[in-house]
Design a binder for this molecule. Sequence first.
Ligand code: NDP
Length: 339
Amino acid sequence: MLPESQKQIKLASRPHGKPESKDFQYEEISVPEPGDKEVLLKTIYLSVDPYMRGRMSNAKSYVEPFKVGEPLHGGVISKVVKSNSGLFKEGEFVIGMLPWQEYSLASEKEVRRVDPSIAPLSSYLGILGMTGLTAYFGLLDIGQPKKGETVVISGAAGAVGSAAGQIAKIQGAKVVGIAGSDEKVEYLINTLGFDKAINYKTCGNIRDALKEACPDGIDVYFENVGGEIGDAALSLLNKFARVPVCGAISAYNNTEPDIGNRVQGILIKSSALMKGFVVNDYADRFKEGASQLGKWLAEGKLTYEETITEGFENVPEAFLGLFNGNNLGKQLVKVSKIE
Ligand code: NDP
């Protein structure tokens, strides 16, 4: 029996600096009826991601800003609870870019089936989904780590970073992770098999700590955080180093321009390649990436962690926690039970 009403989360205001609870507004709305070739979906897992901070502002970017007064949306795993589509049956699970609601409508073209008998549902939003693919393509296509090279990963205990570091290990590289707590450092070394890890909050001078951890310099720097950590890593690049620029979370809440070291001299001296990317640049190769990630998981060469916050009422808190480092691995919210 479906309820008559449900909750949705709207963008109440554009944040200035770090987003706050007041920037999110819960609203009671009706549970809609699916039209022709539409499905009604019950949200199971909802993904909160750092890039959403960019969409909360109205600055021009590679994705449209969220609109004030309209629901936020992102990666969601849902169960089909009513179907007017020949393609989906009630009880099946799907993934799509869907609004932050307990129930939502989707046309049959907006969602894709996911199979919990192949992999846990949550993994389609993480290691087998957007964040795993980001690590896979950013590291292998741009970073191109070789056996014996030194790869440094910032944001190393997060969803993308933890996958990127393990993929670098699979390629035979020496991997140094940078993360924000002793627990994360311990996880990187003891669970993921990183060679070294640095707690950037307690290490003192990050450049000195990195220099000590990378006596042969840095061949690949997988950039997730930017800021002073990025400056320090770039200053230690070896000749022909590669720098996939995946993210710069340390600057997402800045209210002033992010001015740091200038990179031209470094790139010229080291003949390094520094290249920004978004995962969708690789959309035509997603099948290849997901299949290789799945194979490594099955072979036990790759593992992953998830931080799962329970309850739709805690979505903003889970999102805000990304900026405090509350998560280990992929941050998700479990909105309802799978059954
Ligand atoms: P994570 O799971 O890594 O979560 C964010 C982490 O960032 C936190 O856990 C925290 O860990 C760290 N962090 C937060 N603030 C700071 C800070 N000021 N300085 C240093 N570290 C900080 O998120 P994702 O794996 O989803 O994303 C990682 C990066 O990749 C982000 O920058 C994101 O925008 C980017 N990204 C880019 C994509 C693309 O297509 N280019 C796609 C997906 C993600 P800690 O405790 O270590 O501080």
